[in-house]
Design a protein around this ligand. Structure first.
Ligand code: DAK
Length: 258
C-alpha cells in the first residue's frame, strides 16, 4: 500500500515503520495515525513479520500531535469526534512486539506513541517531554498515565507540570528507555534487537508482551497467577519442546511458531 506520511519496509521478518512528515517534525495528524494503524495491523496479519520497529528522523521521532490541526478544533469537535481514541486503542491491540527507536524530539503525543511501544531504544540526542501544559491542555494519550507508571509520580508530575524535556541519559536512569546508543548506531542497534526477537518463537514473544503488560494492569497476585498459567500452557507448544531439546542437544533452536 502507498502511504503519504509513513514509510514501511518489511524484510528479514521485521516491519520497519518510519514516520515521515519531516516538515512538521513528524507531528501526528489523523492521516499519519490512521496510516500507522493500517501498517501495524498489516504487520500483525503478515506471517512473515515477527517484530515491528517504529522510528522517526534523526531530529524528531515525533514532536507531538499536530498543533495546527488541533488549534482549529473546539470541545464539541474533539469530544464528539473522540480525537485519536480509535487509533491509540488500535495501536494498543497490536500483539506482536514493537520497539520504538527514538532520536531527537519525542514530545507530547510523540512521547506517548513511544510509550505505547513495548520498549524504547534512544539515541544520545533523544528528548522526551509532555509539554501540553504550554498549550493550555494536558496529555491525552497516556502522558499522565503510562509515564507515571514507567517513571513514577515525581518525574511524571515534573514533566507534565513544567513541560520540561528529559534527555536520553535521564530517561534511561528513570526507566523510560531500555538503552541509549550513539545516534549513528540507533538503527543498527534497534534492528539487531528486533532480529534477536524475530529469532524467538512468535508465540512466546507475543505471550511475553501480554505478561509484562499485565504487570501494569493488575495486582501482583493476579499477575503472578497469569504468568504461571501462561508458563504452564506453553508446555503444549512444539516450540517449548524444540527450545528445551535444542538446549540439551547444544544447538540453536529452530522455532516454528507451533
Ligand atoms: N504540530 C505541528 N507542527 C509542528 C509541531 C507540532 N506538534 N512541532 C513542530 N512543528 C512544525 C513547526 O511549526 C515548524 O513548521 P514551519 O513553521 O516550518 O511550517 C516545523 O515543525 C519545525 O519546527 P520548529 O521550527 O519549531 O523547530 P525547532 O527546532 O525550532 O523546535 C521543537 C523544535 C520540537 C522544540 C518545537 O517545534 C516545538 O516545541 N514543537 C511543539 C512541541 C509540542 O508542544 N508538542 C506537544 C503537542 S500537543 C489526544 C491524544 C494526544 C494528544 C492530544 C489529544 N487525545 C486522545 C484526545 C497530544 C497532544 C500533543 O502532542
Amino acid at each position: 500500500m502507498a502511504y503519504e506520511t509513513i514509510i514501511v519496509d518489511v524484510s528479514d521478518h521485521i516491519c520497519l515503520i518510519k514516520l515521515n512528515r519531516p516538515d512538521a517534525l513528524n507531528a501526528l495528524n489523523l492521516e499519519l495515525l490512521k496510516e500507522l494503524v493500517t501498517a501495524l495491523q498489516d504487520a500483525q496479519k503478515n506471517d512473515k513479520v515477527r517484530c515491528i520497529v517504529i522510528t522517526g528522523s534523526e531530529k524528531a521521532f515525533a514532536a507531538g500531535a499536530d498543533i495546527k490541526m488541533m488549534s482549529e478544533q473546539n470541545f464539541v469537535d474533539v469530544f464528539l469526534g473522540d480525537l485519536f481514541t480509535e487509533e491509540s486503542d488500535a495501536i494498543g491491540r497490536i500483539r506482536k512486539p514493537i520497539i520504538a527507536a527514538v532520536s531527537g524530539y519525542a514530545l507530547g503525543g510523540g512521547c506517548e506513541l513511544a510509550m505505547m511501544c513495548d520498549f524504547i531504544i534512544a539515541s544520545e540526542t533523544a528528548k522526551f517531554g509532555q509539554p501540553e501544559i504550554n498549550l493550555g491542555v494536558v496529555a491525552g494519550m497516556g502522558g499522565t498515565q503510562r509515564l507515571t507508571r514507567l517513571v513514577g509520580k515525581a518525574k511524571a508530575m515534573d514533566m507534565n507540570l513544567t513541560g520540561r524535556f528529559m534527555d536520553a541519559a535521564e530517561a534511561e536512569r528513570a526507566g523510560l528507555v531500555s538503552r541509549v546508543v550513539p545516534t549513528k548506531k540507533l538503527m543498527d542497534e534497534t534492528m539487531s534487537a528486533a532480529q534477536k526477537i524475530a529469532e524467538k518463537s512468535l508465540i512466546t514473544s507475543m505471550v511475553v508482551k501480554e505478561c509484562v503488560n499485565r504487570a501494569l494492569e493488575t495486582t501482583l497476585t493476579e499477575g503472578l497467577l497469569f504468568e504461571r498459567r501462561v508458563f504452564h500452557s506453553l508446555f503444549s507448544t512444539e516450540d517449548q519442546k524444540e527450545g528445551m531439546n535444542a538446549f540439551m542437544e547444544k544447538r540453536e533452536a529452530q522455532f516454528r511458531d507451533k
